[in-house]
Ligand binder design. Structure first.
Ligand SMILES: Nc1ncnc2c1ncn2[C@@H]1O[C@H](COP(=O)(O)OP(=O)(O)OP(=O)(O)O)[C@@H](O)[C@H]1O
Length: 86
Protein backbone atom coordinates (compact mmCIF):
# COMPACT_ATOMS: atom_id res chain seq x y z
CA UNK A 1 0.00 0.00 0.00
CA UNK A 2 2.83 2.38 0.89
CA UNK A 3 4.59 1.70 -2.42
CA UNK A 4 1.36 2.23 -4.38
CA UNK A 5 0.63 5.46 -2.47
CA UNK A 6 4.21 6.63 -3.03
CA UNK A 7 3.88 6.05 -6.77
CA UNK A 8 0.51 7.83 -6.91
CA UNK A 9 1.87 10.89 -5.06
CA UNK A 10 5.18 10.92 -7.02
CA UNK A 11 7.26 11.12 -3.84
CA UNK A 12 10.76 12.65 -4.01
CA UNK A 13 13.75 10.37 -3.38
CA UNK A 14 14.33 11.57 0.21
CA UNK A 15 10.79 10.59 1.22
CA UNK A 16 11.16 7.19 -0.47
CA UNK A 17 14.32 6.71 1.62
CA UNK A 18 12.36 7.48 4.84
CA UNK A 19 9.62 5.02 3.88
CA UNK A 20 12.09 2.27 2.90
CA UNK A 21 14.06 2.83 6.13
CA UNK A 22 10.92 2.69 8.28
CA UNK A 23 9.75 -0.51 6.53
CA UNK A 24 13.20 -2.10 6.93
CA UNK A 25 13.29 -1.22 10.65
CA UNK A 26 9.90 -2.93 11.17
CA UNK A 27 11.07 -6.07 9.32
CA UNK A 28 14.38 -6.14 11.23
CA UNK A 29 12.57 -5.70 14.57
CA UNK A 30 10.12 -8.49 13.66
CA UNK A 31 13.01 -10.82 12.74
CA UNK A 32 14.81 -10.04 16.02
CA UNK A 33 11.55 -10.57 17.95
CA UNK A 34 11.03 -13.98 16.33
CA UNK A 35 14.61 -14.99 17.11
CA UNK A 36 14.24 -13.87 20.75
CA UNK A 37 10.92 -15.75 21.08
CA UNK A 38 12.51 -18.95 19.77
CA UNK A 39 15.58 -18.62 21.99
CA UNK A 40 13.34 -17.87 24.99
CA UNK A 41 11.22 -20.97 24.32
CA UNK A 42 14.42 -23.01 24.00
CA UNK A 43 15.90 -21.63 27.23
CA UNK A 44 12.68 -21.89 29.25
CA UNK A 45 11.74 -25.32 27.84
CA UNK A 46 8.26 -23.81 27.22
CA UNK A 47 7.68 -23.51 30.98
CA UNK A 48 6.36 -20.33 32.58
CA UNK A 49 9.20 -18.14 33.79
CA UNK A 50 9.43 -14.46 34.80
CA UNK A 51 12.66 -13.91 32.82
CA UNK A 52 11.09 -15.51 29.74
CA UNK A 53 8.03 -13.29 30.10
CA UNK A 54 10.18 -10.16 30.45
CA UNK A 55 12.36 -11.10 27.44
CA UNK A 56 9.33 -11.71 25.21
CA UNK A 57 7.50 -8.58 26.38
CA UNK A 58 10.56 -6.37 25.75
CA UNK A 59 11.06 -7.95 22.32
CA UNK A 60 7.40 -7.35 21.48
CA UNK A 61 7.83 -3.75 22.70
CA UNK A 62 10.70 -3.36 20.22
CA UNK A 63 8.34 -4.27 17.35
CA UNK A 64 5.70 -1.88 18.70
CA UNK A 65 8.23 0.99 18.80
CA UNK A 66 9.37 0.22 15.25
CA UNK A 67 5.75 0.14 14.06
CA UNK A 68 4.99 3.45 15.83
CA UNK A 69 8.02 5.01 14.10
CA UNK A 70 6.77 3.73 10.71
CA UNK A 71 3.27 5.13 11.37
CA UNK A 72 4.74 8.56 12.24
CA UNK A 73 6.94 8.59 9.12
CA UNK A 74 4.03 7.56 6.87
CA UNK A 75 1.72 10.07 8.54
CA UNK A 76 4.14 12.97 8.09
CA UNK A 77 4.59 12.07 4.42
CA UNK A 78 1.04 11.18 3.36
CA UNK A 79 -1.39 13.10 5.63
CA UNK A 80 -0.51 16.58 4.21
CA UNK A 81 -0.85 15.21 0.67
CA UNK A 82 -4.19 13.55 1.42
CA UNK A 83 -5.48 16.77 3.04
CA UNK A 84 -4.34 18.73 -0.03
CA UNK A 85 -6.58 16.53 -2.21
CA UNK A 86 -9.72 18.00 -0.60
N1 LIG B 1 7.86 -19.08 29.02
C1 LIG B 1 7.06 -18.07 29.36
N2 LIG B 1 6.96 -17.68 30.65
C2 LIG B 1 6.16 -16.65 31.04
N3 LIG B 1 5.42 -15.89 30.17
C3 LIG B 1 5.48 -16.22 28.86
C4 LIG B 1 6.29 -17.32 28.38
N4 LIG B 1 6.15 -17.39 27.03
C5 LIG B 1 5.30 -16.40 26.71
N5 LIG B 1 4.89 -15.70 27.78
C6 LIG B 1 3.98 -14.53 27.78
O1 LIG B 1 2.98 -14.74 26.79
C7 LIG B 1 3.04 -13.68 25.82
C8 LIG B 1 2.81 -14.26 24.43
O2 LIG B 1 3.86 -15.16 24.16
P1 LIG B 1 4.08 -15.76 22.70
O3 LIG B 1 5.22 -16.71 22.75
O4 LIG B 1 2.78 -16.29 22.16
O5 LIG B 1 4.53 -14.46 21.96
P2 LIG B 1 3.76 -13.53 20.92
O6 LIG B 1 4.23 -12.16 21.20
O7 LIG B 1 2.28 -13.80 20.94
O8 LIG B 1 4.41 -14.10 19.60
P3 LIG B 1 3.98 -14.03 18.08
O9 LIG B 1 4.93 -13.06 17.46
O10 LIG B 1 4.17 -15.44 17.64
O11 LIG B 1 2.53 -13.56 18.01
C9 LIG B 1 4.45 -13.06 25.97
O12 LIG B 1 4.46 -11.70 25.59
C10 LIG B 1 4.72 -13.25 27.45
O13 LIG B 1 4.12 -12.18 28.19
Amino acid sequence: MVVIAGLIFHLPINEWLWLISASAIVLIAEAANTAIENLTDLASHLHSNDFAKKAKDIAAGMVLLAAAFAVIVAGLIFIPRIIALF
